[in-house]
Design a protein around this ligand. Structure first.
Ligand SMILES: Cc1ncc(COP(=O)(O)O)c(C=O)c1O
Length: 487
């Protein structure tokens, strides 16, 4: 059982909710095995004394843990650790060996999977963004209105690359929180991270070149490689600590790799996060080999730990990391505002950007600059992180309860998606089609690999509120998976 030593709360930041700290404390006791399934949780009074917070705060925390399925309330008796709590099987370590570089051939599969992406009748487990319910829509609308009325002509005019100065200054300021030296002059505004990533790829590689990617990796990266006629080589990626650096080095030794594309902070779909030392080692390795790293940091600000993870860019003494991000996962994906800090490739990047898409939406750049300079962004991010961690935790418990035995679930460090390994023999395309017949969207696992691995995997978005309809859709999905041949 837990002991009664004074507790130094691991999350002491003023802005984090107190009840959230209590929840983390209980979760830690469970993780360490100090509290076991079926054990009675510490009494409200005892924990209140021990942690120096009010009984109301402890109650609020216990109710929220009950809501997520961690605790169960027994009338007249108190709260108990759910017997299911240790039955969540984390995702297995991937066993990819570097293998060969391959052409990516998805053909029509992407279009088929995303045909229904905007259909409001389909439960959106197939997308990968937090719902707009978690975004400051009213404040953003106010900022946009204010910009249009104060600068009607500028809002409608071209805003050529590198983009609005004030917005770039605000973005540069965000980097100071992670000790990353970036100035407004280093930043180029793009139409979302997608444009930043694709122009980076074009900037550092050409048709026929080999690009190393995580395995599994965000499917749009594979799509870009496919469309540009490049080859992908998949590097083993640990579900907790990300890219395997030995495997990457082995690939460097045996292949002429022209770039690495990776998300060291919260990958999609695994949600893994490279430890800081590994990020530093990765950047050093790339510098030794003189190979550029295209970093996708869209989820960098949606982390679940106590401390903001640093982008790989912050270790980049050689200026060869091209770090891409956007406001799509934190504010408004429809604004299509992203950016890149392209280091030594900035000039070439700008030339491609000017040639291919020229300016990026003026209204949206000006409105985001206004919103960021109002100081509301940081406060919003604090709330968003707590909300996404809750959403994802709840999603894990519900999947554990409703999917067949043998299912494994990722335990992400950030973001809003879960990577689910179904029992052997379950086919993700089959599940995708059956789910769609029930108006449920999911992303099939095979999209996350050039070699069509991950046939028995799904990615599930937890970024939408767990309304009754969404909970029921998840239960139906569990039944569909339960009826598949392998389950
Ligand atoms: C890992 C990752 N990178 C990039 C993007 C694309 O971002 P944007 O909408 O800014 O183009 C997404 C969106 O799903 C993503 O999940």
């Amino acid at each position: 059982m837990h002991d009664s030593r004074p507790i130094i709360m691991t999350v002491a930041r003023a802005e984090t909710f107190k009840y959230d700290q209590v929840s983390r404390y209980i979760n830690e006791l469970i993780e360490k095995g100090d509290l076991k399934p079926g054990d009675k949780a510490p009494s409200l009074r005892k924990l209140s004394k021990q942690l120096g917070v009010s009984i109301a705060t402890i109650t609020q925390s216990y109710v929220s843990l009950e809501d997520k399925g961690v605790l169960t309330a027994k009338p007249q008796s108190g709260f108990y650790v759910n017997t299911l709590v240790n039955q969540i099987n984390d995702i297995d370590k991937s066993t990819t060996t570097p293998g060969q570089a391959r052409r990516v051939r998805f053909g029509e599969l992407f279009e088929e999977v995303f045909r229904n992406a905007n259909n409001p009748r389909i439960t959106p487990f197939g997308t990968s963004n937090p719902s707009m319910e978690f975004m400051p829509v009213k404040s953003l609308t106010r900022a946009t209105r204010s910009i249009i009325s104060r600068y009607p002509q500028r809002s409608m005019d071209y805003l050529f690359p590198p983009g609005d100065r004030k917005l770039r200054e605000q973005i540069a300021k965000l980097y100071t929180q992670t000790h990353t030296r970036v100035s407004a002059n280093d930043i180029v505004i793009t139409s979302g991270a997608t444009e930043a990533l694709s122009i980076c790829l074009r900037t550092v590689a050409k048709r026929g070149d080999i690009i190393a990617v995580e395995s599994p990796t965000y499917f749009a990266v594979l799509r870009m490689i496919e469309q540009m006629g490049m080859l992908a080589v998949e590097i083993e990626t640990d579900p907790v600590i990300g890219l395997n650096l030995d495997a990457l080095e082995e690939a460097f030794d045996t292949m002429d790799i022209k770039a690495v594309m990776a998300s060291p902070n919260t990958s999609n779909p695994l949600g893994c996060q490279m430890p800081e030392d590994n990020k530093r080692e990765l950047v050093n390795l790339m510098a030794e080999r003189d190979i550029p790293l295209i970093e996708d940091d869209v989820y960098g600000s949606v982390y679940f730990g106590d401390k903001a993870p640093r982008p790989a860019k912050s270790y980049d003494l050689n200026n060869q990391v091209l770090s891409c991000s956007s406001f799509s996962k934190t504010l408004a994906p429809g604004h299509r505002i992203g950016w890149v800090v392209a280091g030594r490739y900035r000039k070439k990047f700008l030339q491609y950007k000017q040639a291919w898409s020229s300016a990026t939406s003026s209204i949206n750049q000006l409105a985001l600059a206004e919103f960021l300079s109002s100081g509301q962004y940081e406060r919003h991010l604090v709330r968003l992180r707590v909300a996404m961690r809750d959403q994802v935790e709840k999603g894990r418990y519900m999947i554990a309860r409703n999917f067949p035995p043998g299912t494994r679930i990722s335990n992400p460090h950030g973001g809003n998606v879960l990577w689910v390994e179904m029992p052997d023999g379950c086919d993700c395309i089959d599940i995708f089609n059956k789910a769609l017949e029930n108006n449920i969207g999911i992303t099939p696992g095979i999209l996350f690999s050039a070699t069509r691995r991950f046939r028995n995997h799904l990615r599930i978005n937890c970024g939408f509120p767990w309304t009754e309809a969404n909970v029921n859709a998840l239960k139906t999905l569990g039944q569909i998976v339960g009826n598949c041949r392998g389950a």
